[in-house]
Design a binder for this molecule. Structure first.
Ligand SMILES: *Cc1c(COP(=O)(O)O)cnc(C)c1O
Length: 635
């Protein structure tokens, strides 16, 4: 075995690829965050210490707002640079789709960081539109409205137009057009209209259903031509300003993007030649995030860099427009995932270790013990070699099964069963240790180690904090936040505290690919061990559900500060849900519950079976628990 060092740790957890340069390990083996080359690295463990001093309990979301700002800048600058270099005539007018993370502070930060680039916002629903109207006040940036709409939605959009905002109503289905025409006439407003195209079936990966003839959104080619005619008949043809498509999120293969740009550019130029004075080409979202750091076209990765994505859009559009002699449009993209994924992480503490292998039981021979126990002990004591390790394993499994049968028939005692199973696990551990010294080990033997891997029980809920991992197998980087200068000796999976066997993480990333366990350190007594779930800023943050009523997490917003001794400060603390908050959302009345408990305690006190002082304490304790955080308390 080679020596363990920082580089080994970086490789083990693939930090350098999924981290996009934002994460690294320092000399002391702590994970650090660096928003820019010039920033002082922020030690995540120090942020947790500071949270503790401010009574912010784990699990918690930590947001690094500098990363958010950096991502906004990166995308806008990249488009500007490539546009310059390509001598492209249009501008970049990006928007951030707030559905990806609607947190007000996140949206405000993006709007603020994007102001000098006239970066806009995108909404898909009425509440999102209400938010976007109030928060995107930059008259030079776009506000794009997608999603199905009703009269209220459209009226709000027209209100925005009257306020002087550049609001584009994107038509998702043909029948919406009549409503848009009628309301524009009613309010005497000239709207900006976008047409969403249904692209041919280009998609690969998880969101492939977003395209093709059966896609939920968008106009077919014939509907698009009818839409142009209908608007023309109503004197509104010059309202058509934007052509839009969105081929799905997390596009892992760059070829899909190239093909979509080409098809989209063809449709755009044809519409232009039909006399639509289009100005914007909106390529939607889809810019992916390399969650597993493999730089491949697997579902959780991407096989391209931002540079290639931007170049494919700019040069692809330029080529088709030049061929068709159509002016270069302004370019819109609606990247959400790529903007927000990196800025937030969930921090949790390990509360316990759950072992499959039970070894803490006295296994010394007893007089008169059942022969099955004796046989199992013989397996354990048999000198292991390359010739017999499989035999020892097979025999042991058989004896264990016989032992269970014997127990069910009442032949062996509870005590004997415990001894037999304990010896079995010790034998298995011995076999695994032995196989590590061999060059060749059969597959099933290799899997044995994963099967008996312990689980680290962590204080969080997968359903709340990693919804996509549970629902669609989304990989998220998971790793310890400290001791990274020590070799991690344990391989284990992660279990959450929700009472549901689905509440686990059993897919991890390492150099070789996806594995059912991760390398982690042995827990030390009296020392907290922290684990981070990374890249949770896109979708995960806002998708969590109320399974087991754990609710929202505590949250801190961190900014870097090179003048600060720690290199950072916590700008804001948002408290997570208390038990009474989550109960109220399910129609419980916490006040009534407290009264009812008090009544019952009083009854017992009156009957003389509890001291009045103790009764008051219990009532206070119940009320205090109602107002406390829902997750496990740890000090
Ligand atoms: C969800 C969505 C986006 C965001 O996609 P990302 O892949 O997260 O960038 C953009 N546009 C539309 C219309 C969407 O529905």
């Amino acid at each position: 075995m080679n020596e363990w060092n920082r580089e080994e740790a970086e490789k083990t957890y693939n930090i350098l690829t999924w981290g996009e340069g934002y994460f690294d390990i320092n000399q002391d083996g702590n994970l650090v965050v660096k928003a820019t080359q010039a920033s002082t690295p922020i030690i995540i463990k120090n942020v947790i210490e500071e949270m503790k001093s401010q009574k912010v309990a784990l699990p918690a979301v930590i947001r690094f707002h500098d990363i958010l700002r950096s991502q906004v800048k990166k995308i806008n600058k990249k488009f500007r640079d490539v546009i310059d270099e390509a001598d492209y005539r249009g501008k970049f007018c990006g928007v951030y789709p707030i559905k990806v993370n609607q947190m007000r502070e996140v949206v405000e930060e993006i709007v603020d960081a994007g102001e000098k680039y006239d970066y806009g916002l995108e909404a898909d629903s009425k509440p999102e539109l209400l938010a976007v109207l109030a928060y995107n006040t930059n008259a030079n940036s776009l506000t794009i409205l997608n999603g199905y709409n009703d009269e209220d939605y459209l009226s709000l959009a027209l209100l925005g137009t009257q306020l002087g905002r550049k609001i584009v109503i994107v038509i998702e289905k043909f029948s919406e057009l009549n409503k848009v025409i009628a309301l524009s006439k009613k309010y005497n407003v000239t709207p900006l209209i976008g047409l969403r195209g249904k692209m041919s079936n280009l998609g690969t990966g998880r969101w492939a259903k977003s395209t093709g003839d059966r896609a939920k959104f968008g106009l077919s080619i014939s509907e698009m031509i009818r839409a142009v005619k209908l608007l023309e008949e109503n004197g509104m043809k010059d309202s058509i300003k934007l052509f839009h498509f969105h081929i799905g999120s997390q596009i892992s293969d760059i070829r899909t993007i190239k093909a979509a740009i080409n098809e989209g550019a063809r449709i755009y130029t044809q519409l232009y030649k039909m006399g639509c004075e289009l100005e914007y080409f909106d390529a939607g979202g889809g810019l992916g995030v390399d969650y597993d750091g493999s730089r491949s076209n697997s579902e959780s990765s991407i096989n391209y860099h931002l540079n290639e994505y931007v170049a494919d859009i700019v040069y692809g559009l330029k080529q088709v427009c030049n061929l068709e002699s159509v002016p270069h449009p302004n370019i819109v993209t609606e990247s959400g995932r790529a903007i927000t994924a990196h800025h937030s992480l969930v921090v949790t503490n390990v509360v316990d270790k759950i072992s499959v292998t039970q070894t803490e039981f006295d296994i010394k021979p007893q007089t008169g013990e059942h022969h099955l126990v004796t046989n199992m002990r013989e397996m354990f004591e048999w000198k292991i070699s390359e010739d017999n390790f499989q035999e020892i394993y097979n025999e042991s499994v058989q004896i264990k099964e016989q032992g269970l049968n014997a127990f069910n028939l009442g032949v062996i005692t509870l005590e004997e069963r415990a001894r037999l199973e304990t010896i079995f696990w010790q034998t298995v551990i011995k076999i695994i240790a032995f196989t590590k010294t061999l060059d060749f080990v059969p597959d099933y033997m290799q899997q044995l180690e994963d099967q008996i891997a312990p689980q680290y029980l962590c204080n969080f809920s997968v359903f709340q904090s990693a919804a996509d991992h549970w629902a669609i197998d989304q990989l998220l980087p998971v790793m310890p936040l400290s001791r990274l200068n020590e070799r991690p000796e344990v391989n284990c999976s992660i279990a959450d505290i929700a009472c549901d066997s689905d509440g686990t993480i059993r897919k991890f990333i390492n150099q070789e690919g996806i594995t059912p366990t991760m390398a982690i350190h042995e827990l030390k007594a009296n020392e907290n061990y922290y684990i981070g779930l990374f890249l949770t800023g896109a979708y995960q943050d806002v998708m969590g559900d109320m399974h087991n009523l754990f609710g929202r997490l505590n949250e801190v917003h961190v900014y870097g500060d090179n003048d600060d001794p720690e290199g950072f400060y916590i700008e804001e603390i948002i408290r997570g849900n208390t038990s009474s908050m989550v109960l109220s959302t399910m129609q419980y009345n916490p006040e009534y519950m407290a009264q009812k408990m008090k009544k019952d305690v009083t009854k017992v006190v009156t009957a003389g079976s509890m001291a009045p002082r103790q009764g008051v304490k219990w009532v206070d304790f119940y009320e205090e628990c109602l107002t406390n955080y829902t997750y496990l308390r740890h000090d």
